[in-house]
Design a protein around this ligand. Structure first.
Ligand code: FES
Length: 83
């Protein structure tokens, strides 16, 4: 299924890009921009953003790595402890 009609990016392209990014760096944060770059393309009109993000979120490899969760909360807690 074509997700981005401007660039011809499909749902399969998105899944493969996410899998490749996760395999090459398990701690990477996955964003639409990184997926476009991984595919050698760039967004044009932005009309696909909602559908693009839905496909990213539905991918089993999308989840934010455990090591990177709650970093802001941890930073704030550390600041309060140091004060
Ligand atoms: S439809 Fe994806 S950038 Fe235009």
């Amino acid at each position: 299924m074509i997700v981005c009609s401007c660039t011809g990016v499909t749902d399969r392209d998105i899944r493969q890009a996410i899998a490749w990014m996760r395999a090459s760096d398990p701690l990477t944060l996955i964003t639409p921009g990184k997926i476009y770059r991984a595919l050698g393309k760039s967004a044009n009109c932005g009309g696909c953003v909602r559908l693009f993000i839905e496909h990213i979120r539905s991918d089993e490899n999308f989840a934010v790595p455990v090591e990177l969760r709650n970093l802001r909360g941890a930073t704030l807690a550390r600041s309060v402890e140091e004060a």
